[in-house]
Design a protein around this ligand. Structure first.
Ligand code: PMP
Length: 361
């Protein structure tokens, strides 16, 4: 049948869907060129270094029996390793298929039509998508220019969930724990502190989960642990809150390979810290080089830099770099259209970026 006819009959693009799903724009992930493509990939904040050798060793020695059977629904081996690495009890941890899945579990468990989900913007766009999927209401509160947390407005918005990414993307700033503590104490609903980039930061808000039963801190193995392809993330919170999230989780959301490989990576904190130190050093060097080219930068505690080119012609530079085989992230959104988000690569990759930028700025 003619799809245009269906659309005009129902007033919708696809009449089989819930109207709110039909109307929403799905999340658009950063470009992922085919493996093997010759490209310098600085667009989705992957770690430029390989995963822990201990994790790779586990992958090589996998027993096929693990694949025949269903995996552990609670990813116990991983939870135990994370518990030891972070000094939190294992039953205070829930594991997800990337921290994206844990974000989804929180929204699924708390949000529904008539309820609000609140967050300061600009931030991770998936918060909006997940809220729209639940037909709940998005309340987006603009960060001021200095990225100071707008606590009063966040509290007044009365969300059933409030998201704070700290460090934030794409700004790269960290929200001080004292500010998050103040926010947590004034909310009577769930506060999600998304620490996807914490491995490159000087501060964590993890102790707040002990103080506040409405706080959940999210972590991922995609950035600090160089395991974005494995899809593993986790949340740390009071078991009282986690019990609700376990109810809405798929039974076998973590496959056996991810559980075992992730546990080995978690046990190798020394390797993760060593890579993070290298990334932080490169971040400082890249910042100096970009400033010399006239870019405006925001202080970053992540593995990327938000950078405004001297002429503000971010889209043009993004396209020209792409032409030369260098991918950075361009967001065509209010407040970001004159900026680029550049993931920190190896020193060699960063140098190639700077060399390309010299001719473009
Ligand atoms: N939170 C933030 C702020 C992010 O930028 C990302 C990565 N795009 C995630 C969460 C999700 O990471 P993952 O699902 O790979 O764990």
């Amino acid at each position: 049948m003619d799809s245009n006819k269906l659309k005009s009959e129902a007033g919708l693009a696809c009449p089989y869907l819930r109207p709110s799903i039909d109307a929403m724009v799905g999340y658009i992930p950063g470009e992922q060129p085919k493996p093997g493509t010759k490209i310098i990939k600085l667009n989705t904040n992957e770690n430029p270094y390989p995963p822990s050798p201990a994790a790779i060793e586990v992958l090589r020695n996998l027993d096929s029996e693990w694949l025949r059977r269903y995996p552990d629904p609670y990813a116990s081996e991983f939870r135990q390793a994370a518990s030891e690495a972070l000094g939190v009890p294992a039953d205070w941890i829930i594991v997800g298929n990337g921290s994206d899945e844990v974000l989804n579990l929180v929204v699924r468990a708390c949000a529904e039509p008539g309820r609000k989900v609140v967050y300061p913007v600009p931030t991770y766009v998936l918060y909006r998508t997940l809220t729209q999927m639940q037909s709940a209401e998005n309340i987006e509160i603009s960060y001021p220019e200095d990225y100071c947390l707008p606590i009063e407005e966040l509290v007044a918005a009365k969300g059933v969930v409030t998201f704070i990414a700290s460090p934030n993307s794409p700004s790269g700033h960290v929200v001080a724990s004292a500010q998050l503590r103040q926010l947590a104490s004034r909310l009577s609903s769930v506060l999600v502190i998304d620490e996807a980039y914490v491995d490159f930061a000087a501060e964590t808000a993890l102790p707040l989960v002990e103080e506040f039963e409405n706080v959940i801190v999210l972590r991922t193995l995609s950035k600090g642990y160089s395991l974005a392809g494995l899809r593993l993330g986790f949340g740390i919170a009071n078991p009282k809150l986690l019990a609700g999230l376990f109810k809405v989780k798929d039974s076998y959301n973590i496959d056996a390979i991810a559980c075992a490989v992730g546990a080995a990576a978690m046990r190798d904190q020394a390797y993760k810290n060593e890579c993070a130190t290298k990334v932080k050093r490169s971040r400082a060097q890249l910042a100096v080089a970009l400033k010399q080219l006239g870019f405006q930068l925001w202080p970053s505690q992540t593995n990327f830099l938000l950078a405004k080119p001297p002429q503000g012609n971010a889209e043009q530079i993004y396209l020209a770099l792409k032409e030369q085989g260098i991918l950075v992230r361009y967001f065509n959104q209010p407040g970001l259209e004159d900026k680029l988000r550049i993931s920190i690569g190896t020193n060699e990759q960063n140098q190639m970026l700077i060399t390309a930028l010299i001719t473009l700025t």
